[in-house]
Write a protein that binds this ligand. Sequence first.
Ligand code: HEM
Length: 117
Amino acid sequence: MDVLINVFVALHIIGIASLLGGFLTQMKSMSTGTARFGPAMLHGALTMLVTGIALVGLNQADDNPVNNIKIGIKLAILVVILAVVYVKRDEETAPKGLFSAVGGLTTANILIATLWT
Ligand code: HEM
């Protein structure tokens, strides 16, 4: 089971890379107002959701403690990120404030995941 959990943590990290990478690679475009919510960000956010839920199930099945408050906060933040990226995915350019908010919320989730022990 440990191997399976670690595989899902790896997939979870790939999801972060896609979501945050999609944001970071467009920071310059953001300053010129041409950034957009690309497929990498949408698929990264979806990967986070699917692998995150799987990790909760796998950890519970393995009797590992799961911090429900921490996971609940991460889930709530990700739902906001996913909603914004999904709704705005076909727009040629993303509003600067909304785009930076998605980058900020993603970073907040990384800090919650790593600092809340
Ligand atoms: C943008 C959103 C998210 C980010 C940036 C994120 C980040 C991370 C990171 C960096 C880890 C590895 C570090 C660790 O083990 O503590 C992790 C683990 C984990 N994540 Fe996420 N996560 C996100 C969303 C979610 C969601 C939505 C769920 C559940 C519905 C979830 C559930 C978990 C679980 C169960 C673990 C492993 C166990 C633990 O927390 O101790 N994550 N996450």
